[in-house]
Design a protein around this ligand. Structure first.
Ligand code: GAL
Length: 375
């Protein structure tokens, strides 16, 4: 009896282990090896994630006819990700995603200075050693519910100007029988420090490299947003979306009102929305739904975060990506679940400060489906 349990556990472990692909993806310019892991569901979702930047490199999902397409921007090589053409494609973004005004904040009476990598502000955790640029350790796992990869990285005290040694883990997992990708973040620190992590995938549900996303319909579970100044730093106000071009409470074609924003600093949509959710609720809450009529693919995003940045790919510049596909202006969009931008300087926003002894936790789920044509 003992023997047979041992054997079946062993066989299960073997079956599970082979379910996660692991391959070399290349080397960084400094000669570090980068690995890529493949997660699959039985319903056709395939996700590939690499150790540089704990980055989602490919995400294939079926359309109405069962044909799969890769729905996110990216590159075929590590060199592509290291190039100027990479605008944070698919990466884990931090230590603090989005902008920090003038790259400065004061914590416990001490002023901290960060890289100004998006004049005049700090963007997405810095310029040299932000979380998207470092090599993470990876540990694949699988169980009866599905499979995943746990990425971990220890950011030393002072890296990119942030105080404290930060231990970060990001787990990507895919359930066995559903087209869902779950990303779970955790972090601990030895000094008080701001933390705000997200994934920066650029989606085009018709397949990355197809036209624009202006015909996608978007619904956001947000009655309010955080207006910004000309450098995309929040003014501190929280305003209603009612009567503005950022009202996505009902599913709306992205192209419908975008022209009224082209002349603004954002050049289109680049706004943080305040998600409607019960105070203190730690569960996944519905945040956004994105739909492409041609393929009938739908993406539904749920998160534990209080905000989501909707960025309509206004700075995409026609760079060449995977399979030679061109990523034109507004050919993909980001829906970045997060705490609000510049929270470290905004007393009224939910705090992003992590203290020693606490654990930062955040979760976001991307659920894909195909919407049948209405008869
Ligand atoms: C987004 C941000 C945009 C732009 C982009 C990277 O998260 O909202 O303003 O900086 O990243 O090109």
């Amino acid at each position: 009896m003992r023997y047979s349990i041992g054997l079946s556990t062993f066989l299960l472990a073997v079956v599970c282990t082979v379910a996660i692909g692991q391959e070399p993806f290349g080397k960084t310019k400094d000669g570090e090896s980068v690995e890529i892991y493949t997660l699959k569901s039985s319903k056709g979702l395939v996700a590939k994630i690499m150790t540089r930047g704990a980055t989602l490199v490919q995400l294939h999902v079926p359309d109405k006819d069962g044909n799969s397409a890769d729905v996110i921007n990216g590159f075929d090589s590590v060199t592509g990700y290291e190039s100027e053409d990479n605008q944070y494609f698919g990466c884990t973004t931090g230590r603090v995603c989005n902008r920090i005004a003038k790259g400065k904040f004061t914590l416990d009476g001490k002023e901290h200075t960060l890289a100004i990598n998006n004049e005049p502000n700090h963007l997405h955790g810095g310029s040299e050693r932000s979380l998207d640029k470092v090599i993470w350790k990876a540990r694949p796992f699988s169980n009866e519910r599905g499979s995943g990869v746990r990425f971990s990285y220890t950011s030393p005290d002072g890296e990119e100007g942030y105080p404290g040694k930060l231990d970060v883990t990001v787990v990507f997992s895919v359930p066995k029988d559903a087209n869902r990708l779950l990303i779970s973040y955790r972090a601990t620190t030895d000094k008080a420090t701001p933390v705000n992590l997200t994934n920066h995938a650029y989606f085009n549900l018709a397949g990355a490299g197809s036209d624009t996303v202006l015909d996608h319909a978007l619904r956001l579970n947000a009655d309010k947003y955080t207006p910004t100044d000309d450098t995309l730093i929040p003014t501190g106000k929280i305003e209603s979306v009612e009567g503005t071009p950022v009202d996505f409470r009902k599913a709306t074609r992205i192209g419908k009102r975008i022209d009224s924003l082209t002349e603004t600093a954002a050049l289109g949509y680049d706004h943080n929305f305040v998600l409607n959710k019960p105070e203190g609720d730690a569960k996944l809450n519905f945040a956004a739904s994105l739909f492409d009529r041609g393929s009938r693919r739908r993406l539904r995003i749920s998160t534990t975060e209080p905000g989501i940045q909707f960025y309509s790919g206004n700075f995409l510049k026609g760079q060449k990506g995977k399979d030679g596909k061109i990523y034109a202006h507004r050919a993909a969009l980001c829906l970045e679940t997060q705490h609000f931008p510049d929270s470290v300087n905004q007393q009224e926003f939910p705090s992003t400060i992590l203290k020693p002894g606490e654990t930062y936790r955040s979760m976001t789920q991307y659920a894909f489906s195909v919407q049948p044509v209405k008869k």
